[in-house]
Write a protein that binds this ligand. Structure first.
Ligand code: ADP
Length: 899
């Protein structure tokens, strides 16, 4: 509860039927009427900042006839569709235009401004009724000047009834007020003592009594009693603090007396009570406990607002207990305890207090000994799990099983760290999590992508402001056990700069000899990492520093063939995507031929991530279509808050008639909510509608290799194999070579070598007849699209030569042929890496012929037979062999010689 709240001039009004919200009270309500739902939606749900609303008590029309009017005049309505009926003269009433035209609303003219502490929204089944559950906190009293409607709900022009600070200061000097306060506090204190005795809790609540202004305390106490509507109204009307205090004292006293009487009766008659009588008494005691709990909660909320910290000592005791329970080694306990003693001597406002506390919290949270119990490893079950989670990858799974088998025989085996290397989306992460599942261990992923600072791994020393532990210690804190499977993701993306070398810290982590005493700078005490099973992933092997690579066993996962992707999609991705969208095969079917089209036309990746994304787009579209064709999808339960206390205070008065308000679809419930006659079957028009026009086709290379000077290369990138076009052109100039396309040093040198080789063979190649200098009066420009992607490596050598020969001979290169290979200055074609990925990439692009270095022939065993059978593989020993096969009808010079 804020000290003083700035109220706006107008508030949206939520009517509370036969119920009053007092300032300081926290109440949970369910709004179901169209009016209140709209109000909550517009005033609270859709607003980003915390909105205020006014809660105004209304009285049932039936009751107005039996109780004396407590309502005041002067409230008017400007609503045209409502008939003002100020029958009682002192009360405001008017007709509802809902279901019951005759229902008359009797407004009270004083209310309480409230703010929402928690909101949850739901749709009920099968009616489709939208409801909100709102936890409201009463802030301060206001009086209504004028009531009107905004759309469907009411708003009111209001004035605050809270006293200003000077007014309050003046009242506090008043002798009568002082006496009343004293009396109230004494009674309240007595009640608290009785309740605390019953609850067997320490005497902290009494301290709280001293910290909250007494006029607010009065409201809070009364709010937690179960008293009649009339008494609640009269408390609300007690704007004068003296009246409020005397009323509250009376109610507290009454409550106290009733507890005492109940106790006496219990003691006297306990032995003679019947079962139902005992139950009644128990219920009475329960309600007293509830009241106490409610009181404590409200007090705490206020205390937090006031920034009070007399809980500090207890928090430190709790922290100490947590530290004792953490099971840390003796030497670390000694260190931590010393720090705790230091903390205890400090004032919370003192610099360093917070950092010291956060540090100790971390020490207490770390899993020094807590470990997940390792299952007796069942290799057969592990294999089944790997098989059921992943299609194909036979060799990889076999290696994982071997790894697990060794662990089974020797649990503390210091085997190498597994490192899955491959393009994105090939299943590296999901394989690692399957390993964790097979071992029955928890799984935690540490992302190392872009880590350049050693402190990211080892943490910052505590002397720095904003220091924190490194990612490993943080990961262990998150996972809460000391023996998880920890995935060091993208280990190839760590780099080193002036801030140190993360790789050297990782070296320590992965070294079984050193990681028993891993030193995090922030933690400043050693932590034993030896129980952690590390698994790493990388897109490429080359960037991993050799010492680190030496500690790991690399398992390569090349990309998938289209056939493999199809199987993965049909068996794993589609069922998962449907499930994630709350659909099943009764709603959406994606035939195999359509998945094939998605693979061919909308993805060109080594893994299956884009494929999964496209399938998800289809599922989303289907979900919308299903939802559009049917009435509202309905969810069964409104999200519930965990607090039983607040549940018990659900104000039924706030629940009125119902109305269906359209809302966003909760996909998870679609399949439960609809019965559909026939499933939606994805066809080509739907593909185009949802995924757009096809992004890729087989004709791309033919379309791009249209003029002499363009050759198709095969390169290896972090995303797997790729087709790389090389474009060469010439223009008037001074014989310079221009290179563009974000090229690295190695590829630039390859271009130089290529040009030199071609120039040296001008005559043999019959590229120039008159003069020997190819570059006479012209510049050469070679470009590697796409210009934004950095490229490097020697394997474009043969492609560069081919494009230059094509340019100078003015003959087009075959568009169905792609090539890869490094070339020496003498024209020898040297082997290159990533053959399987490159061949797969060529296959993806619909290329028919691939020229490879002869010494790479052995690598073809890794390429699936289905891919090989659709390609003509040509091996080259020398550059002339490449040229011979790159041009239609053979090498240009042969054609010349034939002429
Ligand atoms: P990575 O870590 O290699 O980038 P992920 O492990 O995140 O890739 O895989 C991306 C998605 O593809 C995941 O949903 C994963 O389950 C799925 N996936 C990849 N390979 C396979 C496979 N062989 N069988 C089944 N699903 C696979």
């Amino acid at each position: 509860m804020a000290e003083s709240v700035e109220l706006p001039g107008r508030l949206a009004i939520l009517p509370f039927r036969n119920k009053v919200l007092l300032p300081g009270a926290i109440i949970r309500i369910r709004c179901t009427s169209p009016r209140s739902v709209k109000l909550v939606e517009q005033e609270l749900w859709q607003r980003e900042e915390k909105g205020l609303i006014g809660v105004l008590p209304v009285r049932d029309s039936a009751e107005t006839t039996t109780v004396a009017p407590t309502l005041s005049p002067g409230v008017v309505t400007d609503s045209a569709d409502r008939t003002p009926k100020n029958q009682a003269g002192t009360s405001e009433s008017h007709k509802h235009d809902g279901k019951n035209q005759q229902e008359v609303i009797h407004w009270h003219n004083r209310g309480v401004a409230a703010r929402a502490l928690h909101l949850s929204r739901g749709v009920e089944k099968p009616s489709g009724r939208v409801t909100y559950i709102v936890v409201l906190e009463g802030l301060c009293r206001f009086s209504v000047q004028e009531l009107s409607t905004r759309g469907t709900y009411y708003t009111a022009r209001i004035t605050s009834l809270d006293m200003t600070k000077p007014e309050m200061e003046q009242v506090e000097q008043d002798q009568e007020f002082i006496a009343l306060s004293r009396q109230f506090k004494a009674t309240a204190m007595e009640l608290i003592s009785v309740l605390e005795q019953k609850q067997k809790t320490g005497g902290r609540t009494k301290v709280l009594l001293e910290t909250v202004p007494v006029h607010k305390l009065a409201d809070i106490f009364v709010a937690s009693f179960e008293i009649s509507f009339e008494e609640q109204l009269s408390m609300l009307d007690s704007v004068d603090v003296k009246i409020r205090l005397s009323k509250a004292t009376e109610l507290v006293d009454r409550h106290l007396q009733s507890i005492r009487v109940a106790e006496k009766i219990t003691q006297k008659v306990e032995g003679q009570l019947s079962k139902s009588q005992k139950e009644f008494l128990l219920r009475q005691q329960m309600s007293t406990c509830m009241m106490y709990l409610s009181f404590i909660i409200q007090m705490r909320a206020i205390k937090e607002e006031l920034g009070d910290n007399d809980d500090e000592e207890d928090d430190l005791t709790a922290l100490e207990r947590k530290m004792q329970d953490a099971g840390m080694p003796a030497n670390i306990w000694k260190h931590a305890h010393r720090e705790l003693r230091r903390l205890k001597k400090m004032q919370p406002q003192q610099p360093g207090y917070n950092s010291s506390r956060v540090y100790l919290e971390l020490i207490a949270d770390l899993p020094w000994q807590k470990a997940s119990e390792e299952l007796q490893l069942d290799l057969k079950a592990a294999k089944e799990r790997l098989d059921s989670d992943h299609y194909g990858l036979v060799k990889v799974k076999q290696r994982i099983i071997e790894y697990l088998a060794v662990r089974k025989l020797k649990a503390d085996a210091r085997g190498p760290v597994l490192c899955f290397v491959g393009p994105p989306g090939v299943g590296k992460t999901s394989l690692a999590s399957s390993v964790a599942a097979a071992l029955g261990r928890k799984f935690v992923r540490i992302s190392l992508g872009g880590v350049k600072d050693e402190a990211d791994i080892r943490g910052h020393r505590r002397t720095y402001i904003g220091s924190m532990p490194g990612r490993l210690i943080d990961g262990l804190k998150r996972v809460g056990v000391c023996n998880p499977v920890m995935l060091l993701d993208e280990i190839d993306k760590t780099g080193s700069d002036v801030r140190g070398d993360p790789a050297s810290a990782l070296l320590e982590v992965l070294d079984p000899e050193q990681n028993k005493t891993f030193n995090d700078h922030y933690l400043s005490v050693p932590f034993d990492l030896s129980k952690v099973i590390f698994v790493a992933t990388a897109n490429r092997k080359q960037p991993i520093p050799p010492p680190l690579l030496d500690r790991m066993e690399v398992i390569e996962l090349p990309g998938y063939t289209p056939e493999e992707k199809l199987k993965i999609a049909m068996r794993h991705l589609i069922p998962r995507v449907l499930d994630q969208h709350g659909l099943n095969a009764d709603f959406l079917q994606i035939p195999e031929c359509m998945v094939k089209l998605v693979i061919e036309r909308y993805t060109r990746e080594a893994g299956v991530r884009d494929l999964e994304r496209n399938l998800a787009a289809l599922a989303r579209a289907a979900a919308v279509r299903v939802a559009e064709q049917h009435p509202l999808p309905l969810s069964k339960d409104v999200q519930r808050l965990p607090s039983p206390l607040l549940d018990s205070k659900l104000a039924e008065g706030a629940e009125v008639e119902m109305e269906v308000i359209p809302m966003g679809v909760n996909n998870h419930d679609i399949s439960n909510a609809f019965s559909i006659s026939s499933p939606l079957i994805v066809d080509e028009p739907m593909l185009e509608k949802v995924l757009g026009p096809p992004k890729f086709n087989d004709q791309e290379t033919a379309e791009r290799v249209v003029t002499p000077g363009i050759a198709v290369g095969l390169v290896w990138t972090a995303f797997g194999g790729e087709v790389q076009f090389v474009e060469a052109t010439d223009m008037v100039g001074k014989g310079d070579l221009h290179l563009t396309g974000q090229l690295g040093d190695v590829i630039k040198e390859s271009a130089q070598i290529a040009l030199t080789w071609v120039r040296a063979r001008t005559t043999e190649l019959k590229l120039s007849t008159e003069e020997n200098n190819l570059l006479e009066g012209r510049d050469i420009h070679i470009h590697f699209p796409a210009g934004a992607v950095p490229k490097d490596g020697p394997s474009a050598g043969v492609t560069l030569v081919t494009s230059l020969v094509s340019l100078f001979s003015q003959r087009k290169v075959r568009s169905d042929t792609a090539m890869t290979g490094e070339m020496t200055l003498r024209g020898l074609v040297l082997p290159v890496g990533g053959i399987k990925d490159k061949v797969l990439a060529a296959h993806r692009y619909g290329i028919k012929r691939v020229i490879l270095p002869e010494r790479n022939l052995k690598d073809l065993v890794e390429v699936p037979a289905t891919v090989l059978s659709s390609l003509e593989i040509i091996v080259a020993k020398r550059m002339e062999d490449v040229l011979e096969h790159a041009f239609e009808g053979g090498c240009p010079w042969r054609q010349h010689s034939k002429l």
